[in-house]
Design a binder for this molecule. Sequence first.
Ligand code: PGA
Length: 264
Amino acid sequence: MRRKLVIGNWKMNLTPADGVACVRSFLAEVDKDLGVDVGIAPSFLTIGKVQEVTYGHQLLVGAQNCFWLEKGAFTGQVSASMLRDHGLDFCLVGHSETRGRFGKLEIPESTVPLFSESDESVNLKVKALLLAGLMPIICVGETLAERESGNTDSVIKAQIEGALEGILDQELDRIVIAYEPVWAIGTGKVCEDDEANRVCGHCRKTLAEQFGADASNQVRILYGGSVKASNARGLFHQPEIDGGLVGGASLHGHEFAEIIKAAL
Ligand code: PGA
C-alpha cells in the first residue's frame, strides 16, 4: 500500500514571514500523524524560516529546483549536495515552468527563453539528487497542443524515459512522479478524475516497462494542476493517484489543510 503524499509548491510566492504564517496556519489543523506524507517547497529564501518553525514536526521541506553539478562557476545555481547539507528532503525536477513548456500562444509572457530545462538536464538533476540522498519529484505533462493532437501518452512516456535513463532498479523507490498537464497548471482547468487516473496509470506502465511491475508499484505518482480543496478528494482516491502537487491552493493554510485531509 503506497502512502499518500501531498506537496505544496509555493513557486515565487510567500516571503519568509508569509511562509511562516502559512505553515503555522495549516499545522494548526493537521499537526498529527494523519497517515499522509506532507511536504512544502518554498522559495530558496524562505526555506530557512520554514525549517525553523517546522523543526520537530513531520513535514518534508524541499526545493523547487537545483543544478546537477556539485560546485563551480555557475552563477545563480544551487547544487543537490547544498540542498542536502541544508537539511532538505526533496527537490522538484522538470516542472513545466522550469522546462519552459508553456507555448507562446497559451501564455503570453512565455518563460521559454528563460529556463528551457530538457529531458537530459532533468535526468542529470535526478542523478545528482539521488547521489545526495534527496527524493526527486519528477514532473511530467503535456501541453494543450500535444493533448489535442493525440500525443499525450507518447509525450509522457518520453519524459519519464528521459528522466530515468541510467537509473538503477534499486533507486526507483526513492523517486516520485508528478503528472501535471501543462494546460491545467494555474488555469483552474482541472483534468477529470478518470483521465488523470488513466494517465497516472500510463506513467506506471511506462515505469514497469523499464523496471518491472513490482518496482513500479512502489512508486508514488501524484497529480498536479489546479488541485483545490473542492476537487482533491475525487482525484486522490483514484487507484493510480497517490496524492497531489499543489501550487496556488498551497499558499493558503486552511485550504492546504483541507487538501491534506482529502488524501485520507
Ligand atoms: P496549480 O500549480 O495548483 O497552481 O495549478 C500546480 C503546480 O504547478 O505544481
